[in-house]
Write a protein of this length. Structure first.
Length: 304
């Protein structure tokens, strides 16, 4: 896979997970900032934020198994479930000795993965940066978009995702609404998902969306949703692309209700890939939010 160094200028690291290579970035030093991506992106999504923060913080950015530069095993060798994703993240941070003062940066599926980890180890978490994601069940006021329903529930949707890379292709076309991705950036996002086998995680993530109590991830999401109140007083920065057709205002309302002290910045013309749409605005906001951790100041940085 050929990703230009000018776009992704990082050293790769790998953790062995039962014979599978779990890729991650480990850049900089200082208090840890753990960035968790969603679907169908990979650590590439955080490339600019890592470069903005690595002079002051230790940036840890994993690629979920099946994504990015991690191995892409078949179902016989890996369980593509939410619980397994949380186990992987937990194992990585244990391996790196990262057990305190963690800032979690969460996007898309990374929100549920990261918040599930946080509810396992609340004493390790210092604060959150939230980017168009969820820690809750699908709101009662929100319907699952038809495109996701088709991918999740129909053979045709599954064939389009794995046979034609339809999910990743659509994301690079429609998830930025302020500015279109350049062809080079699009190619980089799609590069890990270049074959039927290598698109397995892209499909399994969609199929793991929990809608009913019998779905494998449903119980975990319920536990997270019931436990997030313990983080109510923690600093939280929310940067939200308001033109996201999946994680829209219905989800933002859930964050507002559960975290009334959060700093919230709405980007009215930005989509799901809000870091791609508004990097020049969001990166300084994150730097300012994290600044007290550089100075060792534990004062609450939440401002309304």
């Amino acid at each position: 896979m050929n990703i230009p160094e000018s776009l992704y200028p990082f050293e790769s690291h790998y953790l062995d997970r039962g014979g599978l290579r779990y890729h991650y970035l480990d850049e900089g030093s200082g208090d840890p900032v753990v960035m968790v991506h969603g679907n169908p992106s990979w650590s590439f999504y955080y490339r600019n934020l890592v470069q903005a923060l690595r002079d002051t913080h230790r940036c840890i950015v994993p690629d979920h198994i099946g994504c990015g530069l991690s191995d892409k095993p078949g179902d016989a060798d890996y369980r593509y479930t939410l619980e397994k994703r949380v186990d992987d993240l937990e194992a990585l941070l244990e391996h790196l000795g990262i057990t305190e003062n963690i800032t979690l940066v969460l996007h898309d599926w990374g929100g549920m993965i990261g918040m599930a980890f946080a509810t396992r180890h609340p004493e390790r978490i210092r604060q959150f940066v939230i980017l168009n994601t969820s820690a809750f069940h699908l709101p009662e006021t929100k319907r699952l978009p038809l495109t996701l329903w088709l991918c999740r529930n129909t053979p045709l949707g599954a064939f389009l995702v794995r046979g034609f890379n339809a999910f990743s292709f659509a994301a690079t076309r429609w998830c930025c609404t302020r500015r279109s991705m350049s062809p080079e950036i699009r190619r980089a996002y799609r590069a890990p998902y270049n074959s039927w086998q290598n698109r397995i995680a892209t499909l399994r993530f969609v199929q793991d969306i929990p809608l009913n109590p019998e779905d494998p991830a449903y119980a975990i999401v319920t536990r997270v949703e019931e436990a997030v109140h313990r983080f109510r007083e923690m600093p939280m920065l929310i940067c939200w692309g308001m033109k996201d057709f999946v994680f829209d205002y219905h989800f933002l309302n859930e964050w507002e209700e559960n975290f009334p002290k959060a700093q919230i910045h709405r980007f009215e013309d930005c989509g799901h890939y809000v870091l791609e749409d508004a990097p020049e605005e969001i990166e300084p906001l994150v730097q300012e939010f994290l600044a007290p951790t550089v100075a060792g100041d534990s004062a609450d940085t939440n401002k309304n």
